[in-house]
Design a protein around this ligand. Structure first.
Ligand SMILES: NC(=O)c1ccc[n+]([C@@H]2O[C@H](COP(=O)([O-])OP(=O)(O)OC[C@H]3O[C@@H](n4cnc5c(N)ncnc54)[C@H](O)[C@@H]3O)[C@@H](O)[C@H]2O)c1
Length: 260
């Protein structure tokens, strides 16, 4: 099934757009007809490649650097988007850091703060500005937050990540209520194991096979599979879906509680 034309005339902002799920979302949104502002942490070849690929799909594309956890930088980035494309009506929040692997008793405050600021506060700052601009303009839109199955499946050493992702899930649901009267949907995608730089340990084939054995579907997912879902949730076809979390994990999270 092709999504071509589904998002024609729309303007999207994708955070974490230089790699992994964010990069796949940027390309899929462009494929579906949207112009795409690619928010990146720092400029590099990967970011340039995503911008080039958006342009190659016949859409407008621009990479804009900002730390999503920094209020002034997020505001500056959205000013730049508005100045370049106009007010965006699709926001995909994909920027994030992975768990530290450190138990709470041993975790530095700086680590906790860095992860919460990126994975949760970043989502708040971008969403707040996005909704303010659309509300001023009186237009509808869609927010898609990339959370994780670890919003509800806990891991020792992952308190920074599970707390941030759980917060992101509830931010999604709370904003869905607040934004419904504005015609803005707010949904989450909760991926399981997806082959991106965040899952670099899967580059080792033995490690990957071990991890994939835990997944009922028998394989990890791809960023493109997540991106197709993001396009759907941003599209008019999903206008009556809000506050939902769509799990995309090959059944991994269904295995909780088994084996003991
Ligand atoms: N890969 C997986 O298995 C998986 C599973 C569940 C959820 N997720 C979530 O998906 C999202 C995307 O992750 P990914 O797998 O594509 O990994 P990734 O590392 O490829 O992407 C994360 C992106 O976030 C950006 N980023 C990090 N800190 C930032 C900051 N302070 N400001 C702006 N950008 C920043 C990075 O530059 C990077 O481009 C994350 O929120 C992650 O938690 C990933």
């Amino acid at each position: 099934m092709t999504a071509a034309g589904l998002l024609a005339g729309r303007i999207a902002v994708v955070t974490g757009g230089a790699s992994g799920i964010g990069a796949a979302c940027a390309l899929a949104l462009a494929e579906a007809g949207a112009d795409v502002a690619i928010l990146i942490h720092a400029d590099d070849d990967a970011a340039m490649e995503v911008e080039r690929a958006v342009l190659a799909r016949g859409r407008r594309g621009k990479r804009i650097a900002a730390d999503v956890g920094n209020e002034a930088q997020v505001e500056g980035a959205f000013d730049a988007v508005a100045g370049t494309f106009g007010v965006p009506d699709i926001l995909v929040n994909s920027a994030g850091l992975n768990q530290s692997g450190v138990a709470v008793a041993d975790m530095e405050f700086a680590q906790w703060d860095r992860l919460l600021r990126t994975d949760l506060t970043g989502n708040f700052l971008t969403s707040r500005r996005f909704v303010r601009d659309l509300r001023n303009k009186g237009e509808a839109g869609a927010i898609v937050n990339i959370t994780s199955i670890h919003a509800f499946a806990m891991r020792a050493g992952g308190a920074d990540y599970t707390a941030a992702k759980g917060g992101q899930a509830n931010l999604t649901r709370t904003m869905a209520i607040e934004c419904a009267p504005l015609g803005i949907t707010v949904n989450a995608i909760a991926p399981g194991m997806i082959l991106t730089p965040m899952n670099a340990e899967a580059n080792d084939s033995k490690r990957r096979a071990d991890m994939e054995r835990a997944i009922p579907s028998g394989r990890a997912g791809t960023p493109e599979e997540v991106a197709k879902l993001a396009v759907f949730l941003a599209s008019p076809d999903a206008a009556y879906i809000t506050g939902a979390t769509v799990v995309i994990d090959g059944g991994l999270s269904l295995m909780m509680g088994q084996g003991a």
